[in-house]
Design a protein around this ligand. Structure first.
Ligand SMILES: [Zn+2]
Length: 331
C-alpha cells in the first residue's frame, strides 16, 4: 500500500492541544503551487481511547461542523483521557462554498473511499482517512445532515456490518448518541462511503443525518453537541455517566420501491414531512407543471406503508429526483 501524500502540520501522536492542517496537494488554477488546507484539531492526554470526529464530508451540511467547533472551543485538555481528533470540515473546499461535492474535482467525498494516494483531491483525502486515521481510531463519528437538497428526521446511522460483533458495537454507539431514531444501514450502504471504510478497519462508528436544508438548526445542533459528549463519556475519554436511549425507533430501507421520485419536472407541492408515519395510498404531494400549465398536476401517492425518513427540500424538482425517502421498522 502506498503512503498517503497528505501531510499533517501537527503530530497526531503528540500530547497536548494541537491545532493545524492536513495539507493536500492538488495543483489547479486556484492553487497551482501551494496546498489545500483541511483543518484538524487534536486533544491528547495520556493513554486511552482515540475518538475520530468528522464533519463536512459533504460541504453543505452544517449542524455537525457547528457542534464540533463548540467542542473545540469548550473542551479542556485536562478533561481528556486518551485522544479526540476533530476534523470539522473534511471536504474543506466544498464547505467554503456550501457545496455538497468538491468544487475542485466534482467528487462526492462519501463515494471516494478507499481513495487513491495519486488521485484527485477528494480521493487523496479519502485515502488519508482510510489509511492514516482509521488505523489509529477506537471509535469514529461522521456527522451529516440533509444538506441543501433534503431534510431528514434527525437520526443516528449504524452500519449492519458482516461482523455481528462490530454491528452490536455500532448499535450501542448509536444508542449512546441519544437521538430517538436510528437508521440501520444494511445492503444499501455503499462500499465507497466513510462508513464502509470504518467497517474495513473494524472500527465502531456512527454517522448522523441531522435535519437539513443547508443551514444550522439550533435544537438539532444542541442535541448533536450532547450526543458527542455522550460518546466521549461512554468511551471513557471524558468522565461522567451517559444515559443511552434504550429503545430507539430502528428503521431501515427494506425496499427502494417504498421511496418516491419525481416522474416529471415541476414544483413539488409537498404534503408530508420527514418524521411522519404514512399509509399506502396517502397523498405525499402534487407535482405542478408550472412550465406547461395545460398539463394537469400529478398527485403523488405513497405506494406502501412506512416512515418518512427524509423529504426533498427543493421546490422545483427534476425528473428522477428523490421526493420522499421512506423506510420501514427493523424487524
Ligand atoms: Zn452528507
Amino acid at each position: 500500500m502506498s503512503k498517503s501524500a497528505v501531510t499533517s502540520t501537527i503530530d497526531l501522536s503528540a500530547e497536548g492541544r494541537l491545532v493545524g492542517d492536513l495539507r493536500v496537494k492538488w495543483s489547479d488554477n486556484t492553487n497551482p503551487l501551494g496546498y489545500h488546507p483541511v483543518p484538524i484539531i487534536s486533544l491528547k492526554r495520556g493513554a486511552g481511547p482515540v475518538i475520530l470526529m468528522i464533519g463536512g464530508t459533504h460541504g453543505d451540511e452544517f449542524e455537525g461542523p457547528s457542534a464540533l467547533m463548540r467542542l473545540v472551543d469548550d473542551l479542556s485538555l485536562e478533561d481528556i483521557t486518551g485522544q479526540v481528533i476533530i476534523i470539522p470540515g473534511l471536504n474543506a473546499p466544498a464547505v467554503r462554498l456550501s457545496s455538497r461535492v468538491s468544487p475542485l474535482d466534482n467528487v462526492n467525498l462519501n463515494r471516494a473511499f478507499p481513495g487513491n494516494p495519486a488521485g484527485s483531491i477528494s480521493e487523496q483525502i479519502a485515502y488519508y482517512v482510510e489509511t492514516e486515521l482509521f488505523p489509529m481510531a477506537d471509535a469514529a463519528v461522521d456527522l451529516h445532515s440533509g444538506g441543501k437538497a433534503s431534510v431528514f428526521a434527525a437520526c443516528t446511522l449504524a452500519t449492519r456490518t458482516k461482523d455481528a460483533d462490530l454491528y452490536a458495537r455500532n448499535l450501542e454507539l448509536a444508542k449512546q448518541f441519544g437521538l430517538p431514531l436510528v437508521w440501520v444501514l444494511g445492503g444499501f450502504n455503499d462500499s465507497r462511503s466513510l462508513n464502509s471504510a470504518a467497517e474495513r478497519a473494524g472500527v465502531p462508528m456512527i454517522a448522523t443525518e441531522l435535519g437539513g436544508g443547508g443551514g444550522v438548526d439550533p435544537e438539532i445542533t444542541n442535541k448533536t453537541e450532547a450526543g458527542l459528549h455522550a460518546i466521549m463519556s461512554f468511551t471513557g475519554v471524558l468522565a461522567g455517566k451517559t444515559t443511552p436511549v434504550e429503545k430507539p425507533r430502528l428503521v431501515e430501507i427494506k425496499s427502494a420501491d417504498h421511496s418516491l421520485h419525481a416522474d416529471t419536472e415541476g414544483v413539488f407541492d409537498r404534503m408530508a414531512s420527514a418524521g411522519q408515519i404514512v399509509k399506502a395510498g396517502q397523498v405525499a404531494g402534487r407535482l405542478h407543471c408550472v412550465s406547461e400549465p395545460k398539463r394537469a398536476s400529478q398527485t403523488v401517492l405513497f405506494p406502501h406503508d412506512g416512515y418518512v425518513l427524509a423529504h426533498t427540500n427543493r421546490g422545483y424538482v427534476s425528473r428522477g429526483e428523490m421526493l420522499m425517502l421512506v423506510v420501514q421498522e427493523v424487524g
